[in-house]
Design a protein around this ligand. Structure first.
Ligand code: 3NM
Length: 218
């Protein structure tokens, strides 16, 4: 596997769906993922966090089930935080925050797999770029209740600042994004939007994904 080029990453970030079992209490995660894929998501991240999150074998087995759905449909499969699981399952990539293992160390472990890093400042963006991040996750753009330790909503200021400073690294916005506000994130300079609840708790996940896709101009 060789490193995915920037243009391919940018395309993959457009409609980036994130989910774990705790985000879809009303329905089966596999069912929601299939619907989301039918609606047109371009990338999937397995993020098993929060109250009653699965661990150990159960987590691994859900990851494998979701990964196989992604594989069947040609959707890249990324794992949040759990580098060991990502390597074991040969996932397409990992996404890490600032509290996780340093990005350099993660890059060394995962080789050419996709490395996404959450950044909240110019300094963090510079460091993540040096460490070899394939994309930045920037948020929360809007208020979110999904991430327990999310920072206050920040709008698109950092996205705009990084673009003004000439950063070429692909960027995805996150936090409180839905079809009604996604376009503003793209206008600010992001390549795509990542969402949890806009799809995972939608009555019709396929329709929600399709609407998001339309609003980011795909
Ligand atoms: N990370 P929703 S906000 C996982 O700011 C995550 O880095 C964030 O969920 C960050 O789309 C967030 O339901 C939660 O608001 C996104």
């Amino acid at each position: 596997m060789s490193r995915m080029d920037r243009e391919t990453i940018k395309q993959a970030l457009k409609v980036y769906f994130i989910m774990g079992s705790t985000n879809c209490l009303a329905s089966d995660p596999g069912k929601i993922l299939k619907e989301a894929i039918n609606g047109g998501i371009t990338l999937f991240q397995f993020r098993e966090k929060g109250l009653n999150a699965l661990a150990g074998k159960e987590k691994r087995s859900l990851a494998m089930r979701l990964q196989s759905i992604c594989k069947e449909h040609g959707i890249p499969f990324i794992i949040n935080d759990d580098i060991e699981l990502a390597i074991e399952l040969e996932a397409d990539g990992v996404h890490i925050g600032q509290e996780d293992e340093p990005a350099e160390a993660v890059r060394a472990k995962i080789g050419d797999r996709i490395l996404g890093v959450s950044v909240h400042s110019l300094e963090e963006a510079e460091a993540a770029q040096r460490a070899g991040a394939d994309y930045f996750g920037i948020g929360p753009v809007f208020a979110t209740v999904t991430k327990e330790d999310a920072k206050p909503e920040r709008g698109t200021v950092l996205i705009e600042m990084l673009r003004e400073k000439g950063f070429q690294v692909p960027i995805v916005g996150i936090g409180g994004i839905h079809a009604g506000n996604a376009a503003s994130v793209i206008e600010a300079g992001a390549d795509g939007v990542s969402v949890i609840t806009a799809i995972s708790t939608a009555k019709d996940a396929a329709a929600a994904a399709a609407e998001l896709k339309k609003s980011v101009g795909v």
